[in-house]
Design a protein around this ligand. Structure first.
Ligand code: PLP
Length: 349
């Protein structure tokens, strides 16, 4: 979902942005008017996530998945080794991609229990000469979230935060690089955000495609080529909404926790539906559940869709149901879903 405030604001500025006589879609990315938009977006993101000055913010294309290649190309540059925690489908994909470039080890995995938990790792699990450690902070498909930040010492920690970013405050200083596809919590598809510590730049492998070289992208302020201009503008509106309409990221985190609690409380008490993720790792953004009966799951999804709850079907690799309740999902949406689930449960006693 996108917040209605954001969509209305975009609609009101569609034909004429701020008296410029142009739609944002029509602007040159090098024009003064657009330069203001991208600079304001970066400043807002820095303020919202409390990003320190020694980190670069990059606005890129290619989706989160492109970073699965960019990360090893830029960072596997000392010992040609990297350690991955495989906690779901996206970290598994990232792990597979990195294997093309060096000695890549899965130091922990939760695949043994269909990714229903987050492996706990300590310093002893990490190879001392690993160039970086990689995690996926919130596992979108399986509905689990890290409830700790792995201690990697001096080894940079890289995190895919596609489905977590902006849902609550994060301590950016604990990470060497954070990246996210925008389409979950930051805006529409087309934009990928990378937050990277400056001292890690400049050592990409020589064969790194120029469009994946963080140093080149950073040196050109995300304008080595045309950035996804309209998606960046939409991201700015989302940040305006989060700060001015919601009241900031702390407030957002409170709302998100209360929202998820409504659904998990019901799931804990339900005799029909069961949450699939282990309690201490449950995601506040993606709530996965099943009835234990595939046909009943299918019936639930069909009826839910008929009643206006779209996209409730779980990912094809998990089955069951998944309620993705990102920032823009109002509390009312969860209350209505729980009401509907209770009715369904009553009909299937
Ligand atoms: C959605 C998602 C991706 C994939 O994003 P694309 O932009 O489609 O490449 C990767 N990682 C996580 C955690 C996601 O939720």
């Amino acid at each position: 979902m996108m917040a209605e405030w954001v969509l209305n604001k975009a609609a009101s500025e569609m034909l004429d942005y701020n008296g410029s006589g142009q739609s944002v879609m029509e602007m040159s990315h090098r024009s003064a008017v657009y330069d203001n938009i991208i600079k304001e977006t970066e400043a807002l993101l820095r303020k919202t996530l409390n990003i320190p000055d020694n980190y670069k913010v990059l606005f890129l294309q290619g989706g989160a998945s492109t970073q699965f290649s960019a990360i090893p190309l830029n960072f596997m540059n000392k010992n040609n080794k990297a350690d991955y925690i495989v906690s779901g489908q996206f970290s598994k994909k990232a792990f597979k991609e990195a294997q093309k470039y060096g000695d890549v080890k899965a130091i922990a995995s939760s695949e043994d229990k269909n990714f229903s938990y987050i492996p706990k790792i300590t310093r002893a699990d990490i190879r001392e000469d690993a160039d970086y450690v990689y995690i996926c902070y919130n596992n979108t498909i399986f509905g689990t979230t890290f409830n700790y930040i792995p201690d990697t010492g001096d080894i940079p920690l890289v995190a895919d935060m596609s489905s977590f970013i902006l849902s609550q405050p994060i301590d950016v200083t604990k990470f060497g690089l954070i990246f996210a596809g925008a389409q979950k919590n930051m805006g529409p598809a087309g934009l990928t955000v990378v937050i990277v510590r400056e001292d890690l730049l400049g050592n990409a492998r020589p064969d790194t495609p120029v469009m994946l070289d963080y140093k080149t992208l950073a040196d050109n302020d995300s304008m080595y080529n045309t950035p996804p201009t309209y998606s960046i503008y939409m991201h700015k509106l989302v940040l305006n909404w989060l700060n001015d309409q919601i009241g900031g990221i702390e407030k957002m985190a409170e709302i998100n926790a209360a929202k998820a609690k409504i659904l998990y409380d019901y799931l804990n008490s339900s005799k029909l539906f069961v949450a699939t993720a282990e309690k201490e790792f449950r995601s506040l953004m993606n709530v996965c559940f099943v009835t234990g009966d595939k046909e009943l799951d299918a019936e639930f999804c069909k009826k839910a869709t008929e009643n206006g709850f779209v996209n409730i079907k779980g990912h094809r690799s998990v089955g069951g149901m998944r309620a993705s309740i990102y920032n823009a999902m109002p509390t009312e949406g969860i209350e209505k879903l729980v009401e509907f689930m209770k009715e369904f449960e009553n009909e299937h006693k």
